[in-house]
Design a protein around this ligand. Structure first.
Ligand SMILES: [Zn+2]
Length: 114
């Protein structure tokens, strides 16, 4: 995933996409850069999947996002509200790599405002 996409998702979670100054302090939130741990979310883990899912629910947008994703599933395109009965959808949807991509698309299409 590109950095600019990870930045969008990080800010969707309400977290800082750090910008380091020469003394390794973030110019936006003030934390110090750490040597041992990653300072940026990668959005390829189940932990990040869960954080994104919780953020959508907290924003009150789960229904809108779920419907948006339904219509993006190649197996479901064109079946409207009948898609909810397609059990294959969950296998396609609950995917730690696809899920963040769907959220990015939803943000770009205005389904999930940031
Ligand atoms: Zn920061």
């Amino acid at each position: 995933m590109k950095d600019e996409d990870r930045k969008v998702l990080t800010e969707f979670l309400g977290e800082c996409w750090h910008e380091w100054n020469p003394s390794f302090t973030c110019m936006k939130c003030g934390i110090m850069a750490s040597i041992n741990s990653s300072d940026y979310l990668t959005f390829d883990t189940w932990e990040d999947f869960g954080a994104l899912k919780d953020a959508i629910i907290e924003a009150g947008k789960w229904f809108e996002f779920r419907r948006f994703a339904d219509l993006k599933d190649p197996e479901n395109v064109g079946c409207g509200n009948e898609c909810d009965t397609n059990a294959l959808f969950e296998l396609w949807f609950i995917d730690k790599d696809r899920f963040p991509e769907l959220i990015l698309e939803a943000i770009k299409e205005g389904i999930l405002a940031t």
